[in-house]
Design a protein around this ligand. Structure first.
Ligand SMILES: O=C(O)CCC(=O)C(=O)O
Ligand SMILES: [Mn+2]
Length: 218
């Protein structure tokens, strides 16, 4: 890749990408991509990730704990504290991040690439009242690789705008089993989660929402 700041989406070499069910400001939504059995199998995989690398609440650079609890799988984990947003090679307790589950990598292969696997699978857990403010995913070296996100559990109100923080936004409900790809013009779009609707899914016995975000980091 010659110009890593170019957002022209990297292309896979095998079969064409599945067509989205909807486009939300140039993000590709694949509603209901994972059936309930596949969702349950991925939750089992993610429980093992969380056993090896427990969820924690990162601090924002302003010193406030985030309402979303997180962990990661892969070569790098996303991390934040008073020093800023970044990727780290180890969980805060010092152990390497566990590998990204094969079932999760299969989703990346279907939408992005069979040759270049993601370096990070960020696992976000939204409990009661958790939300995520508008932000860009911009801690990666090469924006030509899209960001792929998988929603599991309760419905979430996802907001997306453009590359200007104060520009217009649109919102869409992300439901369990949905896959969203932020690539091309949407790669650096501001986005966030306004709220999660409790009791809208039976996938997680205690409720809440898991979001998996797959990214190429370096
Ligand atoms: O939870 C989501 O759907 C979005 C998560 C996100 O934007 C992030 O972790 O950077
Ligand atoms: Mn994001």
């Amino acid at each position: 890749m010659e110009n890593p700041k170019d957002c022209t989406q990297a292309t896979r070499t095998a079969a064409p990408r599945p067509a989205p069910t909807a486009e939300v400001r140039e993000a590709a939504l694949h509603a209901g991509w994972l059936d309930p059995a596949e969702q349950a199998a991925i939750v089992t995989d993610i429980r093992k990730v969380v056993e090896a690398a427990p969820l924690f609440s990162p601090l924002t650079p302003w010193g406030k704990p985030m309402s979303v609890r997180m962990t990661s799988a892969g070569k790098y984990g996303w991390y934040s504290d008073r020093k800023g947003y970044r990727y780290e090679g180890h969980h805060p307790c010092g152990t390497p991040w566990p590998p990204i589950p094969d079932r999760v990598l299969a989703i990346w292969r279907a939408f992005v690439s069979a040759e270049r696997m993601p370096d990070c699978c960020l696992v976000n857990f939204y409990g009661p009242g958790s939300r995520m403010g508008l932000h860009q995913d911009r801690d990666e070296a090469d924006f030509r690789w899209p960001v792929l996100s998988v929603s599991l559990g309760d419905d979430a109100r996802f907001r997306i705008g453009g590359t200007d923080r104060s520009g217009p936004t649109e919102s869409v409900w992300l439901r369990s089993g949905d896959v969203l790809v932020l690539g091309g013009a949407a790669r650096l779009a501001y986005h966030g989660i306004d709220r999660v609707a409790p009791g809208t899914s039976t996938l997680l016995p205690k409720g809440g929402r898991i979001n998996l975000t797959l990214r190429v980091v370096d």
